[in-house]
Unconditional design. Structure first.
Length: 266
């Protein structure tokens, strides 16, 4: 039977990140993709110009519709900036006993700008993080979660350890941000493992965080364990970047369909 995955995130009208990137990634990784949209955004490769949040009631109805009909084998959660929406997600995940939950705690942009309010961060910590199978913070987000500065690989290990112990889940601390290129650290119950990233000279990286977490969720849905799911997800994102798609005036999207072949893509 075909495996399924649900993404809970915002819509990116330019298609490079958010719900659109998640669905493309999940399909390219061989699972049936479903979505619950937390917000509409007007954005392109140069930035976001407007955001329109779903109401908590409507988001709850979206989640009910999915879970009561096509139960997902994995769930990916992206940016949710409103504490009431976060609470709805946590309540529904517990109600339906969702499994293989990948939470991408989108709190800090690559530029360092904070993306959500302090009360929303508190709600993430209290209600959503303890439900996660794995959290996928980047370095600035790991600094927010731990209150420590991360300057080295050893700091990444310590930050991941603190987060994993606090929320009782695995943590994939993503490198980059001027630290050890694209090497990522997976910290889990039995220890930790480094995943070396391939340096790809491509400035078009819009949606890399969404894509990585969605690929991990897709592989968990297919029954791979967490380390193998991360390894496969990193291989996929390297391929998507290596395809060198070049669209838009800013930091453009990756080619999520780089490996799709057949007569319909000719």
């Amino acid at each position: 039977m075909r495996k399924t995955a649900l993404t809970i995130a915002g819509s990116d009208s330019s298609g490079g990140a958010g719900i659109q990137a998640d669905i493309k990634t999940m399909m390219a990784n061989g699972v049936y993709a479903m979505s619950a949209i937390t917000a509409l955004t007007a954005q392109n490769t140069t930035g976001v110009s407007a955001i329109f949040n779903a109401t908590p009631e409507f988001l709850g109805q979206e989640l009910d519709s999915v879970f009561t009909d096509i139960f997902p084998d994995a769930v990916k959660i992206g940016m949710v900036s409103d504490r009431e929406l976060i609470s709805v997600i946590a309540r529904k995940l517990k109600k339906y006993q969702a499994r293989n939950i990948v939470v991408d705690p989108v709190m800090v942009a690559t530029s360092g700008a904070r993306l959500i309010s302090e009360d929303a961060v508190d709600t993430l910590k209290q209600e959503l993080f303890p439900l996660a199978t794995v959290l996928t913070p980047n370095i600035p987000e790991a600094e927010v979660l731990t209150g420590m500065k991360i300057h080295s690989g050893e700091d990444m290990i310590e930050a991941a350890r603190q987060i994993a112990q606090q929320y009782q889940c695995a943590v994939l601390c993503k490198g980059g941000h001027q630290l050890n290129d694209a090497n990522d650290l997976l910290y889990f119950k039995d220890g930790y493992r480094w995943f070396e990233g391939k340096h790809i000279d491509n400035p078009n990286t819009h949606g890399t965080g969404c894509t990585l977490s969605s690929a991990i969720a897709a592989n968990l849905a297919k029954g791979y364990d967490l380390p193998i799911s991360v390894e496969r997800a990193k291989d996929y994102i390297s391929g998507a970047l290596s395809a060198m798609l070049d669209l838009g005036a800013g930091s453009g999207p990756m080619d999520h369909g780089f490996a799709i072949t057949g007569k319909y893509v000719q």
